[in-house]
Design a protein around this ligand. Structure first.
Ligand code: LIP
Length: 266
């Protein structure tokens, strides 16, 4: 587990540096012109290739699931779940909240997770049963703890929206039921960063319809190791249908607020 975590940390770090150094300087100009998403897709694909090649060099035979299609079966029982850039629109616009997310799963259970937020010089890590940590670029480390027992009306809740217009219209309706009941809402633009923010107590909770396995694999372990919970509606696991996360106490309140709003419907 520790070897897997170390490999995930060093790989996420290298990918993050590459994504900052190779980000085209004119990306912000490009996004108002022809097809800037192609540039981001190219960076996404290059980062995923780098991550898979680097892990494969140390551990040939492992399986992979990557957002950019890097799926491969393996023979070792270890599967790497990768999102090379979570928060691609932020990356496109030069906003800081995008992340490289790498999780290692052994026989179906996530055992190590890393979310690197390179622009902030922050690297969030967790190994199952060993707590969650935030490593700062200056070398300092802090153990992460979710905020506990936050009343709903004082909870700062992160959320996100899908790409399709139909889903967004429904998400706006759900938000109508949530916004008057909580302290406020944040939309940072990256599910992986949102989960790390829950772990770090920078927000109290998070919910979203739509995040994929690679968006939440590493962040989900980080939040659990920081004392929080992650799941779906009515006891289901977190998934693209619905992902809810918060510290103890608030998790149940947030779930019970969301459930009657039918947030799994598009
Ligand atoms: C993003 C998610 C985020 C969601 C965005 C987007 P991507 O993933 O992490 O939570 O709200 O719309 O889907 O597309 O940047 O990898």
């Amino acid at each position: 587990m520790h070897d897997l975590l170390e490999l995930a940390i060093s790989t996420a770090d290298v990918a993050g540096v590459m994504l900052i150094e190779k980000r085209p300087a004119d990306l912000r100009v490009a996004h108002t012109k022809s097809s800037p998403t192609d540039v981001v897709t190219e960076m996404d694909q290059a980062a995923e290739k780098l991550i898979i090649e680097r892990i494969r060099a140390s551990r040939p035979g492992d399986a992979f699931l990557g957002e950019e299609g890097g799926a491969a079966a393996g023979a070792t029982g270890v599967r790497w779940i990768i999102d090379p850039i979570d928060g691609t629109v932020n990356y496109l616009y030069g906003l800081p909240d995008w992340a490289v997310s790498i999780a290692a799963e052994v026989d179906g259970e996530i055992v190590a997770g890393v979310v690197a937020v390179p622009t902030r010089g922050e690297l969030y890590t967790a190994a199952r049963g060993e707590g969650a940590y935030l490593l700062h670029r200056d070398g300092s480390t802090e153990q992460l703890r979710c905020n506990a027992d936050v009343p709903l009306e004082r909870a700062l809740i992160a959320t996100g929206f899908g790409y399709s217009a139909q889903r967004r219209a429904r998400q706006a309706e759900v938000l109508l039921g949530v916004l008057p009941r909580v302290r406020d809402i944040r939309r940072a633009g990256s599910a992986a960063v949102d989960l790390c923010s829950v772990a770090a107590g920078r927000v109290d909770g998070y919910f979203e319809r739509g995040p994929q396995e690679w968006d939440i694999a590493a962040g989900g372990l980080i939040v659990q190791e920081a004392g929080g919970a992650i799941g779906g509606l009515h006891g289901k696991p977190a998934s693209a249908e619905m992902t809810i996360s918060a510290g103890p106490g608030l998790y149940e309140r947030l779930h019970d607020l969301l459930a009657p709003l039918n947030p799994e419907r598009d």
